[in-house]
Design a protein around this ligand. Structure first.
Ligand SMILES: *Cc1c(COP(=O)(O)O)cnc(C)c1O
Length: 724
């Protein structure tokens, strides 16, 4: 290979590895290759640029020694980080390149060019992989390839959500098919065989493998099994999870010759892998009890929600059709098999994937301190104990991948002024962030205004595309445009439409809302975004209710909805608003991560004390409230609504609109400083993945942050998470 060919090869490799999503030097390189304008026309996606660039332009760039030098510099940094986890020596009996952590999840959000995610769970999984790469942790991801993803959201004139399912163009998506590899899953006695092709997604030094049943050898119905994420009937979901769990084991062990030292079930969807592993151990000659010990000692489980619908169950009659033969092979009669997934406090006719995982994993955890406690109560029946504190479920609080979610302007500022490093997980180190306390007020404020400006540009772009609601017809569009004002106090609220999240809480008291939003001297704007699951009528009704209010004349341009919430919108929206709002019914929000993204961008949170905010909130960081003791329902909503308005009227608006001689809101800037100084390192995935590594992946006998109570020591049994 000559130098030009080698350079071309390296360029393709950089474009194909999602490392670029958190290393802007790759974007700079591709701008140098084709020019800013052409790169922007390709949506700033390197793979698309390479596909669309005229060969002559490519040849010219590669012929330039300066360009090749720039490429070489970026490539060397990339290769060094990519190879970190591949070259580390394997610890005795522990994690290493051929004995990695196997991380299994139903969805991954890595970039909007690979739309195989629906929301928070996927974002967390994607961020987990990126931080594992940063930390050089040998880890492989396992997931499914959904050809039509979750869905693209379109709002009609009545405010109803429509769903569109475009097919992913595999040639432009950041994945490659492993040639000739076919995974075969058979459920003995059921007549079911699923074949799956394998795709590889490279995320820095971490590989994510996606199983794809769209193969000629499968009957048509199975070929379409993974068209949609979280779509289809119960049978479809069951078979998807069979493919994910059982196919995942076969893929790693039979085809990639890996011997994972730990299997991490990120949510219960992949729990069938535990059964597949039991079956394999028995085929090797182990007794059921020995097999259980083996599987148990090498599996860990994270539960993600206290919402019943989020904890997968299958009716036993459906499960029996597929798993009867496996039960026999395990030496279990059907009732004993069913007991592996029966929740003693639930329906005896249902098989719970969460219960299966709790039974067969060495350690289990919730995703915030509060959620750990809620999960212990929720799953008490599985352990048959009187005291929920005896339930061995601990917690590891979620985080976000800071290099991904930190906006460009703040990233530049913190790098230049504080010397912040975002390499190798250094963002979990608190000392650099602590220095944010010394940043001068005007610099901080102007950085925020730059990101806010970008958000308002996005609103304009969305309006041009007809993707801002309301604003589709001409008259409305004009009013909205006139009212769009970046000096307004801008409140953001974006998340999946689920009734417990109460998107419409602030809209309950119309009179107070009018006073808040229609004051020409103190302008306030509410920005909303989020998708409702296609089958969630309750969530869709809330969305429609919100849009009805947004269309009222007096609220035009003051309540806006950004269509089709995804990672790209999230980054600009969360990094550009003045306040990030969250109003779940406590304690139903297990963690929540968008508020952490806000904090990384110095945006204070206004939130019910639930999930992560329950442990992050302190005076001076933002606003927290809860009307504990009131049962959920209209009365709680009214109380919470009044509390919200009280905080807005008495604290938030005064702090935001009070300016000094230079026009700076000094009290507000102090809030921003404290957010930056204290929260990002604590709520980063590099802190989180390091905790998973140290407390769960490296052999450890108990759940994280959980100390079994001893006699006379019933309280304070949970340790608080390590800081930084
Ligand atoms: C961060 C994120 C979420 C999760 O937000 P929560 O606050 O946990 O509900 C969902 N969707 C997208 C696109 C995100 O970026």
């Amino acid at each position: 290979m000559n130098v030009i060919e080698e350079a071309h090869q390296r360029l393709k490799e950089l474009a194909g590895n999602l490392w670029w999503t958190w290393h802007e030097e790759v974007a700079t390189l591709f701008c140098a290759l084709a020019g800013e304008e052409r790169f922007a026309a390709c949506g700033r996606k390197p793979l698309r640029l390479l596909a669309e660039l005229p060969p002559s332009a490519l040849t010219a760039a590669l012929a330039s020694p300066e360009f090749r030098q720039q490429l070489e510099d970026v490539y060397q940094r990339f290769a060094a980080q990519r190879d970190q986890s591949r070259t580390i020596a394997r610890e005795e009996g522990g994690i290493g390149p051929t004995t990695p952590v196997a991380y299994c999840c139903m969805e991954y959000a890595l970039d909007d060019s690979l739309p195989i995610y629906s929301g928070g769970l996927g974002v967390l999984a994607g961020d987990h992989l990126k931080s594992a790469s940063d930390l050089g942790l040998p880890l492989v991801g396992v997931g499914l390839l959904y050809h039509k993803g979750y869905f693209v959201q379109r709002i009609d004139r009545q405010g109803c959500q429509g769903e569109i399912y475009p097919t992913l163009n595999l040639n432009l998506a950041p994945l490659t098919r492993l040639p000739g590899m076919t995974v075969r899953i058979t459920l003995p006695g059921s007549g079911l065989t699923i074949l799956a092709a394998v795709w590889k997604v490279s995320v820095g030094g971490v590989e994510l493998y996606l199983l794809d049943p769209d193969l000629e050898g499968n009957p048509p119905r199975l070929r379409r099994l993974c068209d949609r994420l979280y779509g289809g009937d119960r049978r479809t979901r069951l078979l998807q999870e069979v493919l994910l769990g059982m196919g995942g084991v076969s893929l790693l062990e039979d085809h990639l010759s890996l011997r994972p030292s730990v299997w991490h079930l990120n949510e219960g969807h992949s729990a069938f892998l535990l059964l597949e592993r039991l079956q394999r151990a028995i085929r090797r000659g182990l007794t059921l009890s020995e097999a259980k010990t083996e599987v148990l000692s090498t599996s860990v489980f994270t539960t993600h929600t206290p919402i019943a619908a989020g904890n997968e169950t299958f009716v036993l009659t459906l499960l029996r059709h597929y798993f009867k033969g496996m039960a026999t092979e395990l030496g279990l009669d059907w009732e004993a098999f069913a007991d592996l997934g029966r929740d003693p406090s639930g329906s005896p006719n249902e098989f719970s994937m969460t219960v299966l995982a709790l039974h067969l994993c060495r350690a289990s955890n919730g995703v915030s301190r509060l959620h750990g406690k809620v999960a212990r109560t929720m799953w008490q029946g599985v352990y048959g104990v009187e005291d929920p504190e005896l339930v061995p479920i601990g917690h590891i609080t979620n985080g976000v991948h800071v290099p991904t979610w930190l906006g460009d302007d703040f990233k530049g500022l913190l790098r230049n002024r504080l010397g912040l490093s975002l390499e190798q997980g250094a963002e979990a180190e608190p000392t650099t962030w602590n220095k944010a306390g010394n940043l001068e007020a005007s610099t901080l404020w102007n950085t925020h205004l730059a990101q806010k400006q970008r958000l308002f540009e996005l609103l304009g772009e969305l309006q041009d595309q007809g993707a801002l609601v309301p604003g589709n017809d001409k008259a409305t569009a004009t009013t909205v445009r006139e009212r769009l004002d970046p000096t307004a106090l801008t409140l953001g609220f974006a998340r999946r439409f689920a009734t417990y999240k109460r998107h419409c809480l602030l809209l309950l008291d119309r009179k107070r809302l009018r006073k808040l939003l229609c004051n020409p001297n103190r302008k306030v704007v509410l920005l909303f975004a989020g998708k409702a699951h296609p089958a969630d009528e309750g969530g869709k009704a809330v969305l429609q209710q919100l849009l009805t209010v947004a269309r009222e004349k007096e609220f035009l341009g003051r309540i806006l909805f950004l269509q089709n919430y995804d990672m790209a919108i999230a980054k600009i929206l969360i990094g550009g608003v003045d306040v990030w709002v969250n109003t779940p019914i406590r304690p139903l929000e297990a963690s929540g991560t968008s508020g952490m993204k806000a904090a990384c961008n110095a945006v204070p949170n206004l939130s019910v004390l639930d999930g992560w905010w329950d442990e992050a909130y302190a005076n001076g960081l933002g606003w927290g409230f809860s009307n504990e003791g009131t049962k959920e329902g209209k009365r709680l909503d009214r109380l919470d609504n009044a509390t919200l308005f009280g905080l807005l009227e008495q604290q938030i608006l005064p702090a935001f609109f009070e300016r000094d001689r230079d026009g700076l809101p000094m009290a507000w800037i102090e809030l921003m400083r404290r957010n930056l100084a204290e929260l990002p390192p604590r709520f980063s995935t590099s802190r989180m993945v390091a905790e998973y590594r140290d407390l769960l992946y490296r052999p450890c006998p108990t759940a994280p942050h959980y100390v079994p109570p001893t006699k006379g020591r019933r309280r304070g049994t949970r340790l608080s998470p390590a800081r930084g």
